[in-house]
Design a protein around this ligand. Structure first.
Ligand code: DAK
Length: 262
């Protein structure tokens, strides 16, 4: 199915969503949110998909934020709905059972930074720029920026970014721990795909267990997190992939993971 606001492709086991409104620097409107939501449902239902990459179409932007021409006319109630739709999508991305990589090839501002933070990790090109510039518009982050940013980079840095509305470079984003790796623009896609293929070669059951334990464990105390880890570990041990991975090591062959729970 073709979408109006995104390009959706699957390359072997890797699904790719490209935000595709380049004339508006891929700014987010409700139609784009709906397209992404639809695709995430398809991805979750397709056992062959093992990794998702989000990126922006065009040379300039990942996502330059929520579409200001849409937001300017919203009533407070409509704004709440738009914000809620955004939050729902971020949670959906965050809790997707497969790893999600944000491949940031330019501006990631406002909602763009917020989408990238809802991914498992972020790879960027040297020309990427991050920021929460909503304060410059007399508003504030509405897709989780005040919450996720402080959890990723700490309260003081999150406050500086959200209060100043300033942009930071790819290198600064790396220095504060917002992004994992910075590449020259011409290498970004290849490097992202290389990592995606590494992740796609692992077992889906243990991949999901790792993702859930790290994410959910972050919100609870250490002891509860370790109980969660013990349960998830038991699930991995009970899964055919667990047996296959360890047998393959002992038999000196490559494992063939099936991603089945039993
Ligand atoms: N929305 C709509 N159009 C945008 C846009 C955006 N966010 N960003 C860029 N564009 C459009 C420009 O208007 C321009 O359109 P034309 O004039 O060509 O028709 C085109 O993209 C190219 O942009 P520029 O000509 O400005 O390109 P430059 O290279 O000069 O500058 C820029 C690039 C990214 C620095 C600049 O475009 C810029 O500052 N853009 C705005 C960035 C921004 O402020 N982003 C944050 C948006 S606010 C909430 C829900 C969500 C949110 C908040 C609350 N609730 C409902 C509670 C989230 C808010 C945001 O994300």
């Amino acid at each position: 199915m073709a979408y109006e606001n995104i390009i959706f492709e699957i390359e072997e086991n890797v699904a790719i969503i490209k935000f595709n409104r380049p004339k508006a620097l891929n700014a987010i409107n409700p139609a784009l949110l709906a397209d992404v939501r639809d695709v995430l449902e398809k991805i979750e239902a397709d056992p062959s998909v093992k990794v998702l990459i989000l990126t922006g179409e065009g040379e300039k932007a990942f996502v330059a934020g929520a579409d200001i021409s849409h937001m300017v006319n919203l009533s407070p109630l409509q704004a709440r709905l738009f914000s809620q739709e955004g939050h729902d999508l971020m949670f959906k991305l965050e809790t997707l059972s497969i790893p999600v990589i944000a491949c940031v090839n330019g501006f990631a501002l406002g909602g763009g930074t917020e989408i990238a933070m809802a991914c498992d990790f972020i790879y960027v090109s040297e020309n990427a720029k991050f920021g929460q510039p909503e304060i410059n518009l007399g508003i504030m982050p509405g897709f989780g920026g005040t919450q996720r940013l402080s959890r990723v980079v700490g309260k003081a840095m999150a406050k500086e970014l959200c209060m100043s509305g300033g942009m930071i470079s790819a290198r600064e984003a790396k220095d504060i721990g917002l992004v994992n790796k910075v590449f020259p623009p011409e290498n970004l896609w290849e490097e992202t795909m290389k990592t995606a293929n590494v992740l796609a070669s692992k077992g889906k059951v243990s991949m999901r267990a790792v993702k859930q334990c790290i994410d959910r464990g972050f919100d609870v105390d250490m002891r509860t997190g370790c109980y969660m880890e013990a349960d998830a570990f038991a699930l991995c041990m009970a899964s055919p992939d667990g047996k296959e991975g360890m047998s393959a090591f002992l038999e000196k062959r490559k494992p063939e993971f099936k991603g089945e729970v039993s």
